[in-house]
Design a protein around this ligand. Sequence first.
Ligand code: UDX
Length: 444
Amino acid sequence: MALRLTVIGTGYLGATHAACMADLGFEVVGLDVDAGKVARLAAGDLPFYEPGLEPLLRRGLENGRLRFTTSVEEAAEFGDVHFLCVGTPQRAGEYAADLTYVEDAVTALAPLLRRPAIIVGKSTVPVGTAARLAARVAKLAPAGDDVLLAWNPEFLREGYAVQDTERPDRIVVGLPPDPESAERAERALREVYANPLAVGTPFITTDYATSELVKVSANAFLATKISFINAMAEVCEAAHADVTKLSEALSHDDRIGGKFLGPGLGFGGGCLPKDIRAFMARAGELGVDQALTFLREVDEINIRRRIRMVDLARHLLGGSFIGRTVGVLGAAFKPNSDDVRDSPALDVAASIRAQGAKVTVYDPQAMENARRAQPTLEFGSSALDAVRDAHAVLLLTEWREFRDMDPATLAGVVAERKIVDGRNALDPETWRAAGWTYRALGRP
Ligand code: UDX
């Protein structure tokens, strides 16, 4: 009989995992403590924007393979494999991750496991967490040794969540130290991931600690790559060089590659910033903080991009924001997402507003979240509406819609033809030819 799955925590990661696993043919129950979220999901209403996911959710609900509950008893009774997908946010005022949700989930579930089951952690956690949770499960679960813990980090990107879940580029599984348990857990996970779309996907088995580290080191590497090119952008600006050409030329070296080498306003979102900070905090606890001091620099380069953006805009407006009108295009931390967590775009917009400008923001998907996060900003109903009468336009999230904007159309509504391209997404020649003063990060 096919394994039955539960997904604990139905936020971004969990809702995606649940809907995709049901789409791949499994019976899935999604569990969350938030009754409101459960009700929305059960009604086929995805609480966030993710291309292609809502149809899978609806199909799963309709064909009965997918349901949602707030009852941990029901989930414990139902599942053979329990995926742990709760959040691990940054602790207020600290670098370290808050593990409350992970720990609470295990503490609630384990005492209800009366038959063989496997708990599979997918949340991003500090190294050492899985071993600690395994000891707790062993102590709490009535089924004792028949309940196993494995760690299976998730690498999905927002905006590509369905594709990344159904066709992952690798599957990493941290297994229990005892060989028999390891074999049992591996067998179950191979069965879970034996879908035709993932044929040939590298399946890497290892110990708990390594699997936990794969996730955080992958994110640290990606953040470093972005900050590297943004550090080059700083040098380019000082040397009157062009970082977009530099990046293009570097990308043809296949040892370097072109991905995550896009210079601009830098990284944000619910993962990269908090993950590199939690990683530094954990390295400190392990007594190897020196190994990761470079990540502090990565973080600082990233923050400096936002400051530089504000400075560029102020400069373009003649040295002050007071009494000036600024149109901001983009609020999400990246295109194809409505997520505004640690969004560079919103951060810049709020900072300019705080310095005296009237700021009007438009984003194709993130308006509701942006309004909630920054209620003092003004919001336009379209890109054109947001830049009406603006003394400067700032492109801060590179949605397709903004990349494709016609400089002549925009010129018809702004007060002054001045634009700062925070994502190096526009063609400077086209904009200059249309009479615009064009500025970008890392370009002459
Ligand atoms: C990231 C990881 O990519 C993913 O594997 C992990 O599971 C979660 O964290 P995500 O946060 O969805 O995913 O966004 P990602 O596409 O990685 O972008 C992160 C940030 O980097 C965005 O703000 C984006 O604008 C920025 N970025 C990306 C750049 O500034 N330049 C680039 O070249 C690429």
